[in-house]
Design a protein around this ligand. Sequence first.
Ligand code: 1CP
Length: 357
Amino acid sequence: MTLIAAPPAPRPTKTILRALAGETLPVPPIWMMRQAGRYLPEYRATRAQAGDFLKLCYTPDLAAEVTLQPIRRFGFDAAIMFADILLVPQALGSDLWFVTGEGPRLSTITDAAGVAALRPAGSVHDTLAPVYETLRILRRELPAETTLIGFAGAPWTVATYMVAGRGTKDQAPAHAMKQADRAAFAALIDRIGDATVEYLSAQIEAGAEVVKLFDSWAGSLRGQDFDDFAVAPTARIIAALNDRHPGIPVIAFPREAGPRYVGFAAATGADAVALDNGVSAEWAAMNVQRAGPGGCVQGNLDPRHMVTGGPELVDETRRIVRALAGGPHIFNLGHGITPDADPDNVALMIETVRAGG
Ligand code: 1CP
């Protein structure tokens, strides 16, 4: 019997995919969290046309349009599909609505009966099918060099909203449920994790080339809780995705994880970790970024520079580019751009990055 070795996977050509594969590039590719959003007049116009935020998420032509707006205006290296992490709770059966000027509201889940009443993970496609259509449109319409990113919330962050019924400063309701009935809380995390695997798999089948897991509230987990509810669910999702869709990179964003950024990619199988602006780029270069696969970091300019601009913006951008130039790096903000940001500052950030820092 002759054994024929499998041909090596073709090397990616898009810059974001090259960085995620562990390549150190002379100029880091760049995109920006919340790049489609209220700081852009064209976004506000399309959102007004949609009527409300959820309508915008579930109307594929309009969701694709707002995804493309920052690509046309700035030429970012990646487009992130327009949707929201809270569509998954809705697909699992939570009521979801947005209060203008305040934010999201959901029906609350506080005990084992609430978890048991959720829909099965496999049924999420009934609600989420329009998101897959958005991705199919984007794959047709994006420039050939632009990477298409899909996303979901990580289970802990999604659970904090499902338990509290809204955004909270300290995620106290989720911590309380975890303490009162750890098994019920773990069942909630598992159900969200299963739904997330289904959702991200379908996103990849519809054309997402990279997926990102947003764990915006990971920083409020301590000790064993961080291992059980940030690391383990993320690792489980990534293992299932690697199994179903080998070669599709995953970016993990355990926001405000601080020292727990160290080893997070290795512990979860993530191809990159996104850094918030609470850690310094110099520290991350020493402690988080590594040469080769799994060593890529993304980040981490403070989004307030998109409001204030000026020489500080240029200096900080250069400092981050230089600090992370020795390994695989995707330039980004440390969190989402805010509605009061000035689009001219975004253009200045991109110009500075592309000038080599
Ligand atoms: O009025 C508006 O137009 C709504 C503002 C808005 C936008 C533009 C919301 C409501 N969601 C979004 C889009 C969105 N949300 C994207 C689109 C892609 C892009 O980045 O351009 C993404 C990736 C998200 C992810 C998201 N939603 C996160 C994780 C990232 C983060 O910011 O930490 C979280 C926590 C949410 C929940 C959410 N959705 C919207 C708001 C205002 C919030 C935060 C609510 C709160 O905690 O109070």
